[in-house]
Design a binder for this molecule. Structure first.
Ligand SMILES: [Zn+2]
Length: 415
């Protein structure tokens, strides 16, 4: 029973205010051996696995290093100690800490909420538990870019929230955390950008659902090149809401066009390795130009998917023409990314032209609804957890969160 409860509350939980909390594995693309944590707002306590506590005030710094399966914890203001697992627990409800990895040229990152640290085999393992809307605002700045119109940020906030719930639902019972890299959504910590914070707050709880009330796979990309792709053409998974759309909004944007030159020899060798057995004495045969997005690059009876060429040649998009110029093959492409779902540069332009976030989302996703998460058809277990999330706060449903134990977060529900 306890195990079931733990699984239930691992990914998304409620704190004292009834606000949803999420757990994120930090530095998923790195294996830091050491981190420096500085309290920048509020107060923290280091909770040791033996039950003892150590208080940290604003500006206090602690260096945590993992070595041979043990953490060495060195606060600047107190004696160091060893432990296998510690939690830095925020004490005021408005607690923020900064993280840096010594020796890494990474910008200092700020996080809200709590930080759990354990010693991995070769590195330190870090989990941040923070309010879900803090997480969403961090995702919006990492995935959505800076200095944009608030209607675009509202759309991007809803995408980030929709993606988060979809990820939680898809991984429920298998994984107990979100990652901070492209396996999930990129998250470099919280943001103080007022437009993003406002956009997240104004769309609080809103997600995109399809006609069956299912939370959608809200794919997005940088620039579609003028036409988005149907999901079935790229991933072989048909979704009614991920249909090709002609996009007049992104065409003069930064990532609208690209060009890449490849020597003719390299191109021919690449094609031969890919199964082309035809003639190569007439290079003009390699040219391929289409006015619209095509599925396959074809030479006579030979054909291979543009999506495959894009992946193997590391191209910005799978939407390009092939032209012979002297001894070179020149690829003239449009767009950046897989082309499915919302086109970010098109959405930015729509927002600048006065379209609302609802119009933007409905332009790129076919036949969807933007609703509070409480209206979505989701796992019954998540439904219970989400009782107090979004609009129509139910404070009676608030939960208590108890941290920590040496084996991880223990979350206890109380009504
Ligand atoms: Zn576009």
């Amino acid at each position: 029973m306890l195990r079931t409860m733990l699984l239930l509350f691992y990914l998304i939980v409620f704190n004292f205010e009834g606000q949803a909390q999420v757990k994120i594995k930090l530095f998923s693309d790195y294996s830091p051996q050491s981190v420096c944590v500085t309290v920048t707002e509020g107060r923290y306590e280091i909770l040791k696995s033996n039950g003892e506590n150590l208080a940290l005030s604003k500006n206090d710094r602690v260096t945590i290093t993992s070595l041979n399966g043990l953490l060495t914890v060195k606060p600047d203001s107190a004696a160091g100690f060893n432990d296998s697992f510690i939690v830095l627990k925020g004490e005021t409800g408005k607690d923020v800490f900064a993280l840096v990895i010594p020796g890494k040229k990474l910008v200092k990152r700020n996080y809200s909420g709590d930080l759990a640290c354990s010693a991995g085999k070769r590195s330190i393992v870090l989990f941040n538990t923070c309010p879900s809307e803090d997480y969403i605002s961090g995702v919006v700045v990492a995935e959505g870019g800076k200095q944009q119109n608030i209607e675009y940020y509202k759309a991007q906030s809803i995408l980030a929230r929709t993606y988060m719930f979809k990820y939680i639902e898809d991984n429920f019972g298998e994984s107990d955390y979100l990652t901070d890299n492209t396996d999930c959504q990129v998250f470099f910590g919280i943001t103080s950008d007022p437009a993003i914070l406002k956009a997240v707050e104004l769309t609080r709880g809103q997600v995109i659902i399809d006609r069956n009330k299912t939370v959608i796979e809200c794919a997005f990309h940088s620039n579609c090149g003028g036409v988005t792709c149907s999901s079935g053409d790229v991933w072989l998974t048909h979704k009614s809401y991920l249909k090709s759309v002609t996009d007049p909004f992104c065409q003069n944007s930064r990532n609208a066009k690209w060009e890449k030159s490849i020597s003719l020899d390299r191109w021919v060798n690449y094609l031969k390795r890919s199964g082309y057995t035809g003639r190569s004495d007439d290079p003009s045969a390699f040219s391929f130009s289409g006015l619209l997005r095509s599925d396959n690059y074809t030479i006579g009876s030979f054909g291979m998917p543009f999506t495959r060429i894009r992946t193997e040649m590391h191209l910005p998009s799978a939407y390009f023409t092939v032209n012979l110029k002297g001894d070179s093959i020149v690829l003239n492409g449009k767009g950046f990314g897989h082309g499915v779902g919302l086109c970010q540069e098109g959405a930015m332009k729509m927002a600048r032209q006065g379209y609302s976030y609802r119009q933007i989302i409905n332009f790129y996703y076919n036949g969807v609804l933007i609703e509070d998460i409480s209206k979505a058809s989701i796992l019954p277990q998540l439904k219970i957890l989400l009782a107090g999330y979004g609009k129509g706060h139910d404070n009676k449903a608030k939960k208590e969160v108890l941290l920590p134990a040496s084996e991880g977060f223990i979350v206890q529900a109380s009504r």
